[in-house]
Design a protein around this ligand. Sequence first.
Ligand SMILES: [Zn+2]
Length: 257
Amino acid sequence: MNAAPAFKRPLSDMPCDPDRIQLDYELKAALSSEDVLEMWRLVAHVGEDSPGLEHIPPCKQCIARWNRIEEQAGYVEEDAECVHRLRVGEFELVRVRCDGSQSPFWALEEASQSLYEIAQTIFNAEGNGFTEDFQEIAEWGGDDVLVLDRAEIVEAWRGFGLGPMIAADAIHRLAPGCSAVLVHPAPADARSMNDDQREEACGRLRKTWATLGFVPYGDTPYMIFATCWADPEAKQYALRRASRELSAAWRLARREG
Ligand SMILES: [Zn+2]
């Protein structure tokens, strides 16, 4: 048995047994398109049918929305449901298919600003091939590239290391056939942060993604790992195993607490 991992919060604070966390993978695709980009959305949530979850409150946004309705002399149904209440986190991953007839560079440009910036980092100036640096990494492994585009854990579930565990599951399922995985360690919404807070958040994220085996990618703001590297594989295997042991640790923490 390994030593218990150090969490930022007592494990007994976790809203319920992590064994109940389910991962729903959703792929949005059009029948007619080439699907150069596979857009995956992963929702981690606690199963609806799990008993004993009544104590988990609705999310702040829903409470605020209900309050606004009531303030405007409206009426909120007593059984109004917050669909986010049992949510643990949400991730978005993009698998870039590089062997199709369409240009992955232009597909990324059309998709979003953050994906366009990644395209500019890994493709050459003409957009018709990888940069020399990336080609060296891409040579070993599959044709495709996986981007971890967004990762968010709901506040009640933060501090227990679930982000890397869930990401490890996603990479395990979606990375086969990819030469490399990229992530931008930056907060999804930095609008309310000053420069120091933003840099601190980025530093925390760099540490988080390093637990999955990501390393800084040259002098770019991105982190990367090649799927042929042994270190990320070992780290992600350990994280997937840790996620299976988390339930036993949680039950122990609840008993002792
Ligand atoms: Zn809600």
